[in-house]
Design a protein around this ligand. Structure first.
Ligand SMILES: C[S@@+](CC[C@H](N)C(=O)[O-])C[C@H]1O[C@@H](n2cnc3c(N)ncnc32)[C@H](O)[C@@H]1O
Length: 270
């Protein structure tokens, strides 16, 4: 039997107390284990969330990089095509300045102005003469004229080949636009809703220019339809006195080298 320092007999802890303590300890241990498990779960969950967020960020970075890459590639392709067109045009001008009539293709601004005078809802084909590398053709399509409605008359075989590649559903005719109705023979199933011309008209004598528009209004265009022509000159490229045509002219399109204006000629119903 144990005694205290004062000699009093010490009582041994009861079974219940002993059992109670170990039960508290067990409960505590259980709580600690549960808390540790909860903590481990939380850490695992947090890790999962971090991984998911990282994956999302990586995915976004990947897709943005992909989009950027394709945009850069598209811009580079466009620049290459533009540069290629400029080079082709310059070569054509060096080979035949009078026929090419310009050292560079028309700007998109001038091309859009030309196309703006064509009514996409008017029925019938649209005849483009002197399309070159196709800036006005592109603007006509952007205006809502289906490519299959376009008849392109171009003198240069190189430009014709390029136009066939670029506008596979259009009809490309390699020929002389000054003999318009003859060149179009067999290709026009109905009268055209517009003639859009980029021909360098001033390189031809006035009588030949007049003959071209007379032919266009007499044999190609539907009554009231426009003959659209751009020019760098200050005067009308079609001699108006003799032709008896109604004419309107745009303001100067300054974003073109050199600046140009668009003339629209019409002949009323007879
Ligand atoms: C001033 S460039 C215009 C090209 C293009 N439409 C543009 O705006 O950039 C004139 C174009 O008319 C073509 N051309 C010149 N005489 C022609 C003719 N008699 N018949 C058909 N095309 C002709 C040239 O080959 C050249 O492509």
């Amino acid at each position: 039997m144990a005694h205290s320092a004062s000699g009093q007999r010490l009582r041994a802890p009861s079974l219940a107390t002993r059992f109670g303590r170990s039960s508290v300890a067990a409960r505590l241990e259980h709580e600690v284990r549960l808390t540790a498990a909860d903590l481990a779960d939380s850490v695992a969950e947090a890790k999962l969330r971090v991984a998911a967020a990282r994956y999302k960020v990586e995915d976004e970075v990947r897709s943005t990089a992909g989009k950027l890459k394709s945009r850069v590639r598209k811009a580079a392709d466009e620049a290459k095509a533009r540069f290629g067109d400029d080079a082709r045009f310059l070569k054509s001008w060096i080979d035949s300045p009078g026929r090419t009539g310009a050292v560079a293709p028309s700007s998109p601004f001038l091309a859009r102005r030309m196309a703006s005078y064509v009514d996409p809802l008017a029925p019938g084909p649209v005849v483009e003469i002197g399309p070159g590398t196709g800036p006005v053709t592109e603007a006509l399509i952007a205006r809502g004229i289906d490519e299959s409605r376009l008849i392109l008359v171009e003198y240069s075989p190189e430009f014709c080949e390029l136009l066939r590649r670029r506008f596979p559903r259009a009809t490309v005719i390699e020929g002389d636009a000054y003999a318009l109705s003859t060149t179009l023979a067999g290709q026009l199933t109905e009268r055209a809703s517009a003639v859009v011309s980029s021909l360098p008209l001033f390189n031809k004598p006035p009588a030949e220019r007049t003959a071209l528009v007379e032919d266009a209004f007499g044999k190609v265009l539907t009554p009231g339809a426009p003959f659209i022509q751009f020019t760098y000159a200050v005067i009308s490229p079609v001699p108006r006195k003799a032709s008896g045509l109604k004419a309107q002219v745009s303001d100067w399109v300054l974003r073109n080298i050199p600046p140009a204006r668009v003339w629209v000629y019409r002949r009323g119903r007879p």
